[in-house]
Design a protein around this ligand. Structure first.
Ligand code: PRP
Length: 209
């Protein structure tokens, strides 16, 4: 029997994604057992799941270690992996935004200091606006940068806006809307096309728009 290998993003989003796959018929009883295993399969439905760091899903899929996977649009825009984007699952909805201190006023005569994890998204956004920027590439706690004067603005994910609000920052511009996407390895999509299309169709019936 041929298996479809699925890279699931570990964490809160992953639980929702798994539940969507299971409602679509791709159940996997062993994945619900309390243990530290990372790979789970159900031969009856031909599925093998594994949990990976959300930002690594696209790498597993691009290189064929997974046939399909679920990755945020933020990761796809930032890393531009060579994969097919098959379906918007409408989960994990948020937006990529520019945020700054409430009283921040942009002085277009000087270089804008931008702190972010998503430096390619930020570079592209400001290049389109022909705005001179200095990128400060951080790995987390981005909100600290404007508070401590490390940057003028940040480019980061905003979901509820609570993190910004509680740090006296506010969203200034929306760059792009983000949600979780079903992606496929290019070769797998060719050679396991019927199976992948079947999963995609079953999932699309579960999408709540
Ligand atoms: C993201 C983002 C913000 C927060 C925004 O971090 O970097 O810190 O969520 O959410 P809110 O608008 O609902 O407050 P995430 O939790 O994804 O983890 P990270 O710090 O690893 O990026």
């Amino acid at each position: 029997m041929e298996f479809i290998n699925v890279a699931l993003p570990k964490g809160r989003l992953g639980e929702k994604v798994l539940s969507m796959f299971e409602k679509a018929g791709y159940t996997c009883p062993s994945i619900h057992e309390e243990n530290r295993k990372l790979i789970f399969e159900n031969a009856e439905v031909g599925i093998r799941y594994f949990w990976v760091k959300p930002s690594d899903v696209a790498i597993y899929v691009e290189r064929g270690a997974a046939d399909i996977g679920v990755a945020g649009k933020d990761i796809l825009l930032e890393y531009e992996p060579d994969v097919y984007e098959l379906l918007d699952l409408c989960l994990g909805k948020c937006r990529m935004a520019v945020a700054a201190k409430k009283d921040f006023c942009d002085n277009t005569n000087s270089t804008l200091r931008v702190a972010t994890k998503f430096y390619r998204i930020a570079e592209r956004y400001y290049a389109e606006k022909c705005r001179d920027i200095d990128i400060i590439h951080l790995n987390g706690s981005i909100e600290l940068a404007p508070i401590l004067g490390l940057s003028d603005v940040i480019v980061d994910i905003v979901e509820t806006g609570k993190t910004l609000y509680e740090n006296n920052l506010e969203p200034k511009e929306t760059i792009v809307e983000i949600s979780a996407r079903l992606i496929a390895n290019r070769a797998s999509y060719q050679f396991k096309n019927a199976l992948i299309e079947k999963i995609k169709d079953a999932l699309s019936l579960q999408v709540k728009r």
